[in-house]
Design a protein around this ligand. Structure first.
Ligand SMILES: [Zn+2]
Length: 212
């Protein structure tokens, strides 16, 4: 019975090809005609140290040469003759994809720029914005956004994006009563206090309602 050979350990630089299993201490690269030692090719994970060719191009005999590769030069490891690496360069520069969600986000942000008090801010946050081809339609709550107030920033941003704007009023359920309170202040905390006070004075307590 022949002694088992440990094929995982190089013997005097003899290594085994990972794909088709031939063993040799000298290997040849079909792509650059380089001669490679077994230690070199194993350390380089079976890629040619000269040109980066994959294991598919590495053979233990240079069958394409008349002398089997004896006259071939050793593969250079300095990279000077190296071809371009064998992988695609991924272009990871950011690309702008202006979809409907992003247009709506920018338009709403611009409406917030136009808002000068809490009432208008709530109007901007609650605006219904839709995009159809080159048109953007903005519906503003009539009780929150003054009917005659032109959203200059929103119109500017739309022009920058090459969009035409259609503005219309809408009447929906308001989040809080007395929308006029929001016109008294640019501060959300001040508005909140005014609104809480108004509910305390003129409204029913929500806690009380829940207990009934
Ligand atoms: Zn090579």
């Amino acid at each position: 019975m022949a002694p088992a050979i440990d094929k995982t350990r190089p013997r005097d630089g003899v290594v085994r090809h990972p794909l088709w299993g031939g063993e040799s201490a000298v290997w040849f690269c079909l792509r650059c005609d380089g001669k490679i030692t077994g230690t070199q090719i194993a350390q380089n994970l079976w890629h040619c140290p000269g040109c980066g060719a994959s294991p598919l191009d590495i053979f233990n005999t240079a069958f394409w040469c008349e002398d089997g590769g004896i006259s071939l030069p050793s593969a250079k490891n300095d990279g000077a003759e190296r071809d371009k690496p064998d992988f695609k360069v991924v272009d990871d520069r950011p690309k702008l994809d202006v979809n409907e969600d992003k247009i709506i986000l920018l338009m709403r942000s611009a409406l917030l720029d136009d808002a000068t008090n809490i009432s208008e801010k709530l109007g901007a946050l609650q605006a219904q914005i839709s995009v159809d081809d080159d048109d953007v339609r903005i519906s503003l709550e009539d009780d929150l956004w003054p009917h005659d107030k032109e959203p200059i920033q929103a119109l500017t941003v739309a022009a920058q994006l090459g969009l035409k704007v259609e503005i219309e009023s809408m009447w929906s359920t308001l989040p809080f009563h007395w929308p006029g309170l929001g016109e008294l202040t640019p501060s959300t905390s001040e508005y909140t206090q005014l609104m809480l006070d108004a509910y305390a004075q003129y409204g029913g307590s929500p806690d009380k309602k829940a207990k009934e």
